[in-house]
Design a protein around this ligand. Sequence first.
Ligand code: NAD
Length: 302
Amino acid sequence: MAKIAFIGLGNMGGGMAANLAKAGYQVRAFDLSQPALDRAVERGAAAAKSAAAACKDAEAVVTMLPAGKHVAEVYRSTVLSAAPKTAILLDCSTIDVATAKAVETDAQAAGFTMVDAPVSGGIAAAEGGTLTFMVGGSDEGFARARPILENMGKAVIHAGGPGSGQAAKICNNMLLGATMAATCETFVLAQKLGLDPQVFFDIASKASGQSWSMTSYCPVPGVGPDTPADRGYEGGFAAALMLKDLQLAMAAAQEAGAYTPMGGEAEELYRRFVDLGGGTKDFSGIIKMIDDSWAPPAETKE
Ligand code: NAD
């Protein structure tokens, strides 16, 4: 089975590499963190001594790193010189569109096929192999990347040319951040106007105010489906990661000359929430900041 170099075995990369190993790939893993590397070995990967050693003879290289500067550094200093030119390169990290395009240009100039393939879905989806991949790159790159990504996700979608995966990811998350903030302030207003949150949920979920943030991820405990709101806003999608994605969206909007006032307001709200110590809370926990006098309904869900 094909050899895959996997660089970046953190919260997300750990589960993704394990799923590739489970699918029968020879995974050669590298991370700067020894505990992360040890966990990957326990889950079927072989430890490489360096990123360069992981890339040697690889048929594919997958990276899952924190931010654009790590991706640029790892590709420019190592992957592009250590991997065989025949290897397909897949960066699954969430990074800025400009860096994604620049690294892909360098990869192409060095003779590689590369795609950006950021994910939607958190740690549980990475563990369960149910991520959604948004892929930017050529038709050939997508065709080569898809069979690998399918072992880690439930959906693999070609978003367009280089950088398009990152563009789709941050546009989606800007919409998510703005709708969640709007959903939270609306529930606060509804309750102050005397509406029962469950009754308002039943109405808005079937009316024109409906959104995923309302219907599938309701920020009010005891209302709607089971969500992080029912667990004290623990788990789920960390507010600090939402802030990171909103900052990437705002940087992209500035570069593209797009007017995004709602995205800007969402970024400001999440920055305040993170500054107040909410960074590790689920992003729906922002309802507590929007009105800290707001009290959740007493009843709990079935
Ligand atoms: P993480 O911090 O848990 O993992 C990143 C790993 O990269 C760490 O283990 C770190 O040691 C390693 N690393 C950093 N620089 C390195 C280098 N030069 N060489 C080798 N290893 C290096 O982060 P994560 O939560 O796994 O997220 C990874 C990416 O996925 C981020 O871009 C994030 O925005 C994105 N993402 C995360 C989630 C989530 O819920 N955690 C969801 C969707 C997307």
